[in-house]
Write a protein that binds this ligand. Structure first.
Ligand SMILES: [Zn+2]
Length: 243
C-alpha cells in the first residue's frame, strides 16, 4: 500500500563533456514524505555528438570513416612505428576490393640495429655516411615488400608524403596504378620533380587528398560505449545507464 503513495517523475538532463553531449533521463520515485525511493537513469535513443548533430542509435551510424580517410589513417598510424626522430611516414597499399595488401613505414633495413644506425639529416663535416639517407628504407618500399599478396598490380597506394624518385621507381615496377598522398611539402625538390616525370611517363595517377577531418582520435574507452567515454570526462555521471 505504501507504493500507492509514491509519485514518479522523469527529468531530462544534458551533460556536456569535452567530446560529446549526452542526454539522459532520470526517473525518480518519491514517497509522499518527499524521500527518494528509487533513482534510475534511462538513456534515450538520441544523443548529440560534439558538433551538435543528433545521433539516432536505432539507425545505421553516420559519420563513419570514408575509405580514403580510413586507409590514410592506417598509413599515419603505421608511421608511429617509425624510429626516425625527424620524419615519420607510413604507406598503405589497397587492392581493387578495398583490401589492404601491404603496410609500411620508414625505417632501417631488417637486422640493422636502430640504436647503431645514424638518424641525422646532416653532419657538421658533411659526411653523408653519417646521415640516415644511404641506409633508411622509405615507407613505400616497405609497404611494397611487405605485401601479403602475390603482387600489388593495379593497387592504390595511400601515403603521407608524395613519393621520392626512388620510391616512384618501385611503384612503377610493382604495377601500382595510383598514388594518393596528403603532403606535397617537398614539391620543388629534385627527387620529387624526377618522381613526377617518372610517374607521368609511366601513366601512374597521383593525387593529393585533403581529409575532411584534420584529426582522428583513437579512444580505447570507446569500445565500452559512449557512456564509458563520457564517464571518463564527467565523473559525476553514474556508471550504470540502462539501454
Ligand atoms: Zn622514397
Amino acid at each position: 500500500m505504501e507504493n500507492n503513495l509514491e509519485t514518479t517523475t522523469t527529468t531530462s538532463e544534458t551533460i556536456t563533456c569535452t567530446k560529446n553531449t549526452l542526454k539522459i533521463r532520470r526517473r525518480r520515485r518519491m514517497a509522499s514524505n518527499g524521500t527518494v525511493c528509487q533513482d534510475e537513469l534511462v538513456t534515450k535513443g538520441v544523443s548529440e555528438s560534439g558538433d551538435g548533430s543528433k545521433i539516432d542509435h536505432s539507425k545505421a551510424r553516420e559519420g563513419y570513416l570514408e575509405w580514403s580517410e580510413y586507409f590514410l589513417a592506417i598509413a599515419f598510424l603505421s608511421a608511429q612505428r617509425s624510429k626516425d626522430p625527424n620524419t615519420q611516414v607510413g604507406a598503405c597499399i589497397v587492392n581493387n576490393e578495398k583490401k589492404i595488401v601491404g603496410i609500411g613505414y620508414n625505417g632501417m633495413p631488417n637486422g640493422c640495429d636502430d640504436a647503431k644506425m645514424p638518424w641525422a639529416r646532416s653532419t657538421v663535416t658533411d659526411n653523408q655516411l653519417e646521415t640516415k639517407y644511404p641506409y633508411v628504407c622509405h615507407a613505400e618500399m616497405n609497404a611494397i615488400l611487405n605485401k601479403n599478396s602475390a603482387d600489388v598490380k593495379d593497387c592504390t597506394m595511400y601515403v603521407a608524403l608524395f613519393p621520392c624518385n626512388e620510391c616512384a621507381k618501385l611503384i612503377i615496377q610493382s604495377g601500382i596504378k595510383e598514388v594518393i598522398f596528403v603532403s606535397d611539402k617537398h614539391h620543388d625538390r629534385i627527387p620529387m620533380i624526377a618522381s613526377r616525370r617518372l610517374l607521368d611517363m609511366a601513366g601512374i595517377k597521383y593525387r593529393q587528398y585533403t581529409p575532411k577531418q584534420q584529426r582522428i582520435v583513437i579512444d580505447f574507452n570507446a569500445v565500452d560505449g559512449p557512456e564509458a567515454t563520457t564517464n571518463n570526462n564527467c565523473p559525476d555521471v553514474p556508471n550504470k545507464i540502462n539501454h
